[in-house]
Design a protein around this ligand. Structure first.
Ligand SMILES: [Zn+2]
Length: 231
């Protein structure tokens, strides 16, 4: 079993990150899960995007152990493993250090919902998880990052199926989705929403958040039972 289809899917999804301007050098990674096989395909560590190929993707299980592949998996692999293990409905995960979303993470701020672009995707502020504790950092850091993400959603009573993006304080965004393509799409969305929120506050410090009626209207026309929003 060579896991060919998830390797190809992971390769294509990883190549979208530089194409969308979401990564520099070797930053960032996408993974794709095969639930039946209990493994995921992820980018190898430290390989430039132009040298990637489907064969170079590394196959890893939900404990973060390499099942197949000649290269070291991405250094963030254990974070992906924790999320796949606990969130049965996700098919792909993305991590980038895209500039604006990372700036909000570094500022340790949620991205406030200021407009309908944000509301089309999410009815709440993009959550920013607290920075990791010293104990977590000294321990199994990447593994603990997964728990930091899950803990933040749990604390705020948010579901991973409704909120498919988060910032990890001091660090950067993580996004996910039913497919790797959706996770990549969400990585682009969080970057754009972060950029718009930054510009909005620059133009008008003290601006108010979007009113509830518009939040509901925009979310429902895209996601509700009577959705009519095309793209
Ligand atoms: Zn990172």
């Amino acid at each position: 079993m060579s896991y060919q289809s998830i390797k190809e899917e992971a390769y294509e999804a990883n190549m979208q990150l530089p194409a969308l301007g979401l990564v520099l050098f070797t930053f960032g990674n996408v993974s794709v899960v095969d639930r039946k096989a209990g493994v995921f395909a992820i980018k190898p560590s430290g390989v430039p995007y132009k040298l990637l190929s489907p064969e170079k993707m590394v196959i890893v299980d939900f404990d973060g152990e390499v099942v197949e592949g000649g290269l070291r998996p991405s250094s963030d692999t254990k974070t992906h493993a924790v999320l796949y293990k606990h969130w049965a409905q996700i098919g792909g995960i993305v991590h980038t250090h895209s500039t604006y979303a990372t700036a909000w993470a570094q500022a340790q701020r949620d991205i406030p919902i200021y407009g309908t672009t944000h509301a089309d995707h999410l009815t709440v502020d993009v959550p920013c998880a607290a920075p990791m504790s010293d104990e977590m950092i000294r321990g199994n850091y990447e593994h603990e990052t997964g728990f930091q993400i899950m803990g933040c959603l749990q604390e705020r009573k948010l579901s991973y199926q409704e909120v498919e993006m988060i910032l990890v304080g001091n660090h950067a965004p993580f996004t996910w989705g039913k497919t790797a393509d959706k996770a990549v799409y969400n990585a682009a969305v969080v970057e754009e929403v972060a950029r718009m929120a930054f510009l909005t506050e620059s133009i008008h410090p003290g601006v108010s958040r979007l009113k509830d009626s518009l939040i509901r209207k925009h979310f429902e026309r895209k996601h509700g039972p009577d959705s009519y929003y095309g793209q």
